[in-house]
Write a protein that binds this ligand. Sequence first.
Ligand code: PAF
Length: 290
Amino acid sequence: MNTYWEDELAIEIIKTCDELERLVSGLKSDGKTIGVVPTMGALHEGHLSLARAAVSQTDIAIATIFLNPTQFAPNEDLTTYPEPIEADIAKLEDVGVPYLFAPSNDEMYPPGFSTSVVPPKISKRLEGEFRPTHFAGVATVVLKLLNLTQADIGFFGQKDFQQVMVIKRMIADLNVPTEIRVCPIVRESDGLALSSRNVYLSKKEREIALSLSRTLDHVEKQIRSGLRDGFEAITEMRQMLIDAGVDSIDYAILAHPNTLETNDPIELPVVALIAAFVGKTRLIDNRVIN
Ligand code: PAF
């Protein structure tokens, strides 16, 4: 049941899987195409660019907000993750999203829930080394959301480069009839990639956080000028991040964009990927260089 203010909204908020399945079956029998934008809330322009793409590229856009506990490890920021639900709803309304699926934990993982997707091999690298349970949580919830929405197209951001690879592989392997469209990273005017976690950064930390995009700018420039020594490029990337004051680096690497294998000597296309802590905030960023 919606609260009084939710009844006033132009966006319909759906809280149960049953309601969503009824809606989707009606839309499908009317021949509508469905676009889904899965999110964990704390929406920023990056999410809204996905929502705009879904609104313009499909008949019916469904955004989802679910802070998925299974993709967080016990030491991570699940309990402090921002949840500005009313602001999020207003933003989705603004971009013209007609439906929001915002289920509770119990709705997604009712008592007795015990199935999980074993994510594809590609999940073991990079993020997988530092967040070993993360992609099983992501893959399971994304598969549930794609099944529930029967989406023709799922919209995801390139900022989560490896996540997109994991989802694409899962969809191909499990014959999920959803096309994945990847939208570019949205950045602040000074280059900082938008992230829901940026709100954790103090003014000083935000300055340090800029070193991620600056390091990517630098390595891109070097590669475009002919640098092919991967070891040299990575050593410089790490040094730039350290000099700027990042607290620790999970990875700063150059990889093949289709395999995430090490790319040394550098062959194009190459993807530069960084995950680093600024204070307690873990940030990721990447750049594909063609
Ligand atoms: O990218 C995210 O926000 C999450 O990993 C996703 C895809 C919504 C699954 O919870």
